[in-house]
Every structure is written in C-alpha cells, then in structure tokens.
Ligand binder design. Structure first.
Ligand code: GLU
Length: 445
C-alpha cells in the first residue's frame, strides 16, 4: 500500500530544491493514489517510484557570441521523462526562470498530457536559461545554432521530437531545425512547430489556444451553459493567448484582458479584431516582453504591475507561466463571480488556489487537459511528416476539436463525483496515468 506522506517525503529527499517538480507530482499522486492502491499489480511493480523518475536527463553547455563579440555561456537541458507510449515529445523553453527542476515538472506533466491526447507520444521537456528578452535576431540565431549542436546528439524522429514552448516560436524552431539538418543531412519530422512551407502543420501556432477554448466549450456545455456572451480574462500575450482570443471571438465570447510582465491591458470593447490579434504577434516578435504598447496602440486601459485576476469576469484562462494565479487571486475571482477556470498554462495555478476552486465546486480544467491541443497538433504534424503529406487547415482543426472533446470526456468519466461535480484535475490525472502505467507494466522493466 502506498501512503501519500511517506511517498512524498521520499520523493523530496531524492529531488531536493525542486519545488515545482514536487508540486506537480503531489497533485498527480493525490488524485491517483486510490486507483493505485486498488490494483496490486501497480503496487508490487513500484509504479509510482518508476513513473516519477525521468528516464534520462541531459545537461550541456551552450556557448554563443553576442553582438558585441563577447562569448556568453548558458545551460541547456533535455529531460526525457517517459517513453512508454511513443517517442519522447515535448517543447523547449527559453526563459530566464528555467532550471532543471522546472523542466522535470514540465516533462512529468507532459507525459500525462500526451497520454490524454491518445496519440503515440511519450513525455519530455527541454530548454535553457537563455533569456530572449532584448536579444537581436542574430543573437537568437547564434544561440539556437549552438543549442542544437549539442541537442541533436540526443534526438531523432523516432526517439525524441522537441517543439516550442515559452521563448521558442516558429522563428526559433526554424533556426533549430536548420542546424539539425546541417549536421544530420536529413529532412524528417525531428521537431514540430515548423514553418508551414517546410513541413509544419497548419493550425499548429493556434492549436494550444484553440484547444483550450474547445475544452472550455465542452465544460460549459456539460453545465448546460454556453460560451456565447461570456466575459473572459486571459493572461499572457504570446502564442497561447493569441490562439485563445481568436477562438473565443469565433465562439461568441469576449476577452477583456491580456497581460505581460509589465502589467495588464483592460479592453472593455473586447480583443476581437484581426488588427488586435496581429498586433499581439508583432509585440511578441519584438522580444521586448511588454504588453503596454497594445494599450497605447488601441487607446485602452493599461494597469501597470498588476495581474488581470482583479477584473470581474465569468471565465479565466491563465495562459502565461506556472503558479501565476495564487490563493489570493482565486478568492478575488470567486468574490467577483467567476464561473469557470481553464488553466491553459502548465500548472498556472498554485496548489492552494486549485484546491480552493475545487472546494468551491468551480469547474476547473487543469493544464494537462486544457492545453493539450498544442502537443496534439504536434502529434498530427509528426503523422503528416511521416506520410509526406499536408492536411488542410480544416482537416487538422476537425481532428484537434475531436481530440479535445475526447480529453474532456475522459476527465468526466474518471472525475465525476457522487454529487455530480466533475473534478477535472482528478479525472485528467487518472485517465492520463492509467494509459502510461499499463503500458509500463506490459513492457516489463
Ligand atoms: N510546449 C507545448 C506544451 O506544453 C507543446 C509541446 C509540443 O508540441 O511538443 O505542451
């Protein structure tokens, strides 16, 4: 029999100073411990110890030259967490906050998220503490080249397929893919999120945001409700937020906020025009990591140094970074009448804020379910690359929509309590876990 406290104490002992990893594991173990203890096969094969230990971790030096001719040194990583279901799959994050503990938490989450998509993908994550803010185009190119010179030793289209995450968009994927190809002389689906002219899937850039909105649409329908007319707060202004605001508009909802490290934009008329969406892309491409110019450009309110969770809304979609919404924010949101929370960033809500929402029976879509649309379309990109064909945007979108609906339904199946309240956190964790754990058992040790 597993006991939560002793298992977690042992995990903390073996993974010191990695609070995000511990947080992510604890949330999963709390959800699945009864399922595990009910199945002797899980207990005597030590499934929890095995599923929480990454298969392999690479850490390497990345040297590059800045525009002043000075040599800079960063640390690069790839955490290959679990490949029971398919080749390792997961994004690369370039952000000053990146540490090994961050990437272990993200790789662990990715394993269950990828399982939920039902596509054959294992879980991984990688990245660097390189901070793209303020870097020139040439500096980014030189960094990506050096990073891939090391990373290419460990990846391959059947082994490990990276993609983008924070700080890594189509431009960076292009530079990374170019260097992989230069060294290995092969054109394969070794990385996803490629440009649409050279093997990328249509709808991949929009996929995480679209997927989160499809997931939210299923959540509201399950509550006999509709997205039509809903007032939404979104954080972040990157790729994920961009996809989410576009799909929210298409489904009749109104997004009133986006945010950056400098504060948030409050646009009461709604972020619902192609000009506004295009401007978000320009802002991101500028590498300045500020959102205020959006408010200046469209003459709407800017609230400096604050998060958007103080704005009264029906729904919130944290789309920026882990632990960006805390217990205080959760209390404010509830007092202001929030009805749904869709955690679109990976572990965007702190553990206590998640528990608070669940205790108050607020439908809460956890990141590993709600944001799985991005990696799902990455999986579809791998399929298209392997078949040497391109699907139309409609074909990809239909598949994405059906994957998100299935994920929602799996959460409902595994997470519905006696009172009818769907605990999507529990549902996602159980559904994601069972598939990975059963594959591990069937494959032996
Ligand atoms: N970084 C994204 C995520 O968190 C996408 C990963 C991928 O496409 O492989 O799921």
């Amino acid at each position: 029999m597993y006991k939560l406290d002793s298992f977690m104490a042992d995990l903390e002992r073996r993974n010191p100073a990695e609070p995000e990893f511990i947080q992510a594991v604890r949330e999963v173990i709390e959800s699945i411990i009864d399922v595990v203890n009910d199945n002797p096969a899980y207990i005597h094969t030590k499934i929890l110890e095995r599923i929480t230990e990454p298969d392999r971790i690479f850490s390497f030096k990345v040297e590059w030259e800045d525009d002043n001719g000075e040599i800079q040194i960063n640390r690069g990583y790839r955490v290959q967490f679990n490949n029971a279901l398919g080749p390792y799959k997961g994004g690369l994050r370039f952000h000053s906050s990146v540490s090994l503990g961050t990437l272990k938490f993200l790789g662990f989450e990715q394993t269950f998220k990828n399982s939920l998509t039902t596509l054959p993908m294992g879980g991984a994550k990688g990245g660097s503490d390189f901070n793209p803010k303020g870097k020139s185009e040439n500096e980014i190119l030189r960094f990506c080249r050096s990073y891939m010179t090391e990373l290419q030793k460990y990846i391959g289209p059947q082994t490990d397929v990276p993609a983008g995450d924070m700080g890594v968009g189509t431009r960076e994927i292009g530079y990374l893919y170019g260097q992989y190809k230069r060294i290995n002389s092969e054109n394969t689906g070794v990385i996803t999120g490629k440009g649409r002219g050279w093997g990328g899937s249509l709808v991949r850039p929009e996929a995480t945001g679209f997927g989160a909105m499809y997931f939210a649409d299923e959540m509201v329908k399950a509550n006999n409700d509709t997205l039509e007319g809903k007032r939404i707060a979104i954080s972040g202004f990157g790729n994920v937020a961009w996809g989410a605001v576009m799909k929210a508009s298409a489904l009749g909802a109104k997004v009133v906020t986006i945010s950056g490290p400098d504060g948030y934009v409050l646009d009461e008329s709604g972020i619902n025009t192609p000009e506004k969406w295009d401007y978000m892309l320009q802002l991101r491409a500028s590498n300045n990591d500020v959102v205020k110019p959006f408010a200046d450009r469209f003459k709407v309110q800017f609230v400096p140094k604050k998060k958007p969770w103080e704005v009264p809304v029906d729904m919130v979609f944290p789309c920026a970074i882990q632990n960006e919404l805390n217990l205080e924010d959760a209390k404010t949101l509830l007092a202001n009448g929030v009805k749904y929370v869709i955690e679109t960033s990976n572990m965007g809500c702190t553990a206590d804020s998640t528990i608070f929402f669940l205790e108050h029976k607020i439908p809460f879509g956890p990141g590993k379910a709600a944001n799985a649309g991005g990696v799902a379309v990455s999986g579809l990109e791998m399929t298209q690359n392997a078949m040497m064909i391109n699907w139309t945007a409609e074909e990809v979108d239909v598949k994405l929509h059906s994957i998100m609906k299935n994920i929602h339904d799996s959460c409902v199946t595994e997470g519905t309590g006696k009172d009818g309240y769907v605990n999507y956190v529990k549902g996602a964790n159980i559904a994601g876990f069972k598939k990975v754990a059963n594959a591990m058992l069937e494959q032996g040790y």
